[in-house]
Design a protein around this ligand. Sequence first.
Ligand code: TRP
Length: 339
Amino acid sequence: MTTHPQLVLSGMQPTNVLHLGNYLGALKNWVKLQDEMPCLYCVVDMHAITQDTGYRHPKELAAATREVTAAYIASGVDPKKSVLFNQSRVPEHAELAWIFNCVARLGWLGRMTQFKEKTGKHKERASVGLYTYPVLQVADILVYKATHVPVGEDQRQHLELSRDIAQKFNSDYDTPDFFPLPEPVIMGAGTRVMSLRDGTKKMSKSDESDYSRINLTDDADTISQKIRKARTDPNPLPDFEKGLEGRAEAENLVNIYAALLGKPKSEVIAAFAGKQFSEFKNALADLAVTTLTPIAAEMRRLLADPAEIDLILQAGAEKARGIAGPIMADVKRIVGFVA
Ligand code: TRP
C-alpha cells in the first residue's frame, strides 16, 4: 500500500569477464523490464574498490567500467529508454550511504552472509568498505526511491536490508512512506546459470577453468567447443521435467537452452525427449552462437570508441542526478543538515 511509482534499479560490478550467467541471469531481464517501467541501470564502480582483487590498477577499473557498459548496451539496454550510468559519477549515492551507515545497526551488517563468504577467515584484513558494501547498495536503490530491484537469489538478503533501512529511516524521522520498501525481482530458477564443469556451482568469473563458463566475448568456435565439452551424465534427455532431478549438469544445459530461447523448460524437454546429449549439445551450441556472437560483435564495435561510451555514461549520470538530487535535498532537510 505504497504511493511510490514503480521504478527499477539494478547494477553490476565492472569486470571484464562477463559471462552467460550475467547475460541470462540479469541483462536479458533488464532489457525486458525497460518496456514495462522506467529503469535505471548502474555500473557500480564504487563497489568494485571494496576488494583489492583485480583493481589495484586504475586503468583496469576504467576499462572494465566501459566494458560492462558496452555489454549492457550490446545486450539491448537502450540508453534512450533506460538511464545508464556509472555509480561514482552520481555523488548522491555516497552521500546517502553515509546517512544510511548511521541508520543501519552493526548487528544487521554482522548477519550479512556475503561478507562472511567473501572474507572467510580473514575478516580483520577486509576493508571497512566491504563491510558496509550492502549499505551502499541500499543507497543505490533508495536514492531514486526505486521500488523494484532485479537481482539474483544471492542478493535477497541485501534487499531485505534495504527494507529494514527504509523502514527505520521512515520511522526514526517520523516521515512515514518517505522511502519505499523495495521489492526484489528474483529471476526464475532457469536463469540461474551453473558452471559447465560442475552443475552445483554457479557459473563464475573467478572459476579457474575457462571451460566452466561461456564469456560474452568468446568466438563461435570457443562457444561450441565449451558446450560440447560440458559435463553431462550418460543418460539421454528425459521425457518429463522431474527426470532431470539429481542430474545437475543435465538440468543446467536444459535451463540454458530454455533461457536462451525464452521458452519454458517443459517445451525444451518435449522437443528433445529421449535424445542423446551429443545431439542436444549441437542444438544448444548453435543457439548459443546465434545469440551471443552478435552481442560480442556489438561490444567490439562500441569499445572501439571509448569516448562515445563515456558520453553515454555522462548523459546517463546527468539524468540520474536529476532524479537523485531533489530526493537527497529532501533527505538532508529531514535529517537536519543546514543547507
Ligand atoms: N551487489 C550486487 C551484486 O553483486 C551489485 C549491486 C550493487 C546492486 N548495487 C546494486 C544490485 C543495487 C542491485 C541494486 O550483484
